[in-house]
Design a protein around this ligand. Structure first.
Ligand SMILES: [Zn+2]
Length: 490
């Protein structure tokens, strides 16, 4: 059955058609998990078929060929074949061909097609480039939930964003999430290679008896009874976590890239009928699975927006009786990269290969952890939505002192990267505040000096209402000043 499209999907297809119509032939459709990417792909194929075109659909792994072909078939695309040695669905004349990239990479010629669709295009293989150059008249449409790969913008002309994760949560297509950050491992000495932590060094930090015990403790306190996926650094780490659960008489299964497909099916059944409390895995189980996951344990720190969003995406699927997915973050990833919904905002355009060129810099984490229950509060939240804890007067100062530390970090960075415009804004904000509150001009200048270490002698202020960040800074400074005065009296 050809499925009815939702308004957002129609909008995405219109945009796609307009771009193709304007002569663009290299396009990427970004569709978050849960958007109904296969429905969208099926609709594109339907429309191409109606115009007598042939379509080649490329999937990332041989294991995805069958389920993709089946899902297209279920959506009314019946003239469909598979390109793969000895496959029972081999049908050279069919208008739609499904093929894995591995099979394709071995061929010398492109199968006959008027439109090529590449699924999971964030994994960009070299031979794609060769083919895209050689068959330059044929449109290539890439699909991905996370098209953040460095340099992807060199191969594609346009990114069409169909919806953000936040929009899908707001509209009820995805479920909400709640994050607790019970542990913040010290990763300061772990090397970063190609944008993410070195795995061996990461394993040394994370595969530590206390941290592993903490995972089980927290899970028992917060997630007992919720079908859980645990993401570990490497196999030894995953096994250690599994053994720790075992010690507490809680049964977790284990999956890695070498787990046979039949075994995975068995584990999936056990997961859903409650025979096992959850599954520990390493890096795999990030795509192509549609399990009813109610809790995700992040034990693998990452700096990769892609991996982070893929992992959390496993938990955002709606299911009957599911209000939200519980995220127990032992990796400080949330505090480092922000909530999963903040990731989309950083990738409004394709990466051109140079760092920071099209990807907006990661802002200081906006989300703060509740000192009482470790719930990660949304930005600018004072009262903890989880436990109702309101940081009180005394702890407040301590808490703000903690914030001050962060502000100090920001300040150091700001000193290097702050432009004259930033400085003019800040000074203008402080002066505006001073005017409204009847403070002296000198008071504002003191704030400027506290932030930048020099007097604002050559700065022409840009008068404007203080941003939330500046207000926080002003408050923190005021408290620090008051505290210093109180101490002086004693
Ligand atoms: Zn709390």
């Amino acid at each position: 059955m050809r499925k009815q499209l939702r308004p957002r999907q129609v909008q995405a297809l219109n945009e796609l058609r307009a771009s193709l119509g304007s002569g663009k032939k290299r396009l990427i459709l970004k569709a978050p998990t849960g958007f109904g990417k296969t429905v969208l792909a099926a609709e594109i194929i339907h429309r191409a078929l109606e115009r007598g075109k042939k379509v080649l659909f490329v999937v990332d792994a041989i294991s995805l060929v069958d389920q993709t072909a089946r899902s297209f078939y279920e959506q009314g695309i019946t003239d469909i074949g598979v390109i793969q040695a000895d496959h029972e669905m081999t049908k050279p004349g069919a208008a739609v061909q499904v093929c894995s990239q591995a099979t394709l990479a071995r061929r010398r010629f492109l199968p006959e097609a008027d439109l090529i669709m590449i699924d999971e295009v964030h994994v960009f293989y070299k031979f794609y480039q060769k083919w895209m150059e050689r068959w330059d008249a044929i449109p290539f449409i890439g699909l991905s939930a996370t098209p953040y790969t460095t340099g992807l913008g060199k191969h594609f002309q346009q990114l069409i964003c169909t919806a953000t994760t936040q929009e899908l949560i707001d509209e009820g297509d995805l479920c909400d999430f709640r994050v607790f950050a019970p542990a913040q491992p010290d990763l300061s000495k772990v090397k970063v290679i190609a944008g993410d932590y070195n795995e061996a060094e990461l394993a040394l930090v994370m595969n530590n008896a206390d941290l592993v015990a903490g995972i089980v403790e927290t899970w028992k306190a917060k997630a007992e009874g919720l079908p859980t996926l645990v993401y570990a650094v490497d196999r030894a780490h995953a096994r250690a976590i599994q053994a720790e659960f075992d010690k507490a008489c809680i049964k977790f299964e284990y999956i890695d890239a070498f787990t046979e497909r039949e075994d995975r099916e068995v584990i999936k059944k056990q997961f859903h009928n409650g025979e096992v409390a959850g599954v520990v895995s390493v890096g795999c189980l990030t795509k192509g699975i549609d399990w009813d996951v109610r809790c995700i344990v992040l034990a693998r720190p990452t700096k990769s927006d892609m991996l982070y969003q893929q992992i959390i995406g496993r938990g955002l699927r709606n299911a009957p009786g599911k209000e939200y997915v519980l995220i127990l973050d032992h990796s400080s990833t949330t505090l480092r990269l922000g909530f999963v919904t903040e990731v989309d905002e950083r990738h409004g355009a394709l990466s051109m290969g140079k760092k920071g060129q099209s990807v907006r810099e990661i802002k200081e984490p906006q989300s703060k952890e509740c000192s009482q229950c470790h719930f990660v509060k949304p930005p600018k939240t004072w009262e903890c939505p989880n436990c109702g804890h309101k940081p009180e007067r005394q702890p407040d100062v301590v808490h703000i002192a903690g914030q001050l530390e962060e502000l100090t970090k920001t300040r150091k960075r700001n000193n290097k990267s702050s432009t004259a415009v930033d400085k003019a804004f800040f000074l203008g904000e402080c002066l505006t505040y001073a005017l409204k509150r009847g403070r002296a001009e000198g008071w504002a200048k003191h704030l400027y000096r506290a932030k930048y270490g020099v007097w604002p002698n050559k700065i022409t202020p840009f008068m404007r209402t203080p941003t939330a960040e500046t207000l926080t800074y002003i408050t923190a400074q005021a408290i620090r000043y008051a505290k210093g005065k109180a101490n002086a009296k004693v």
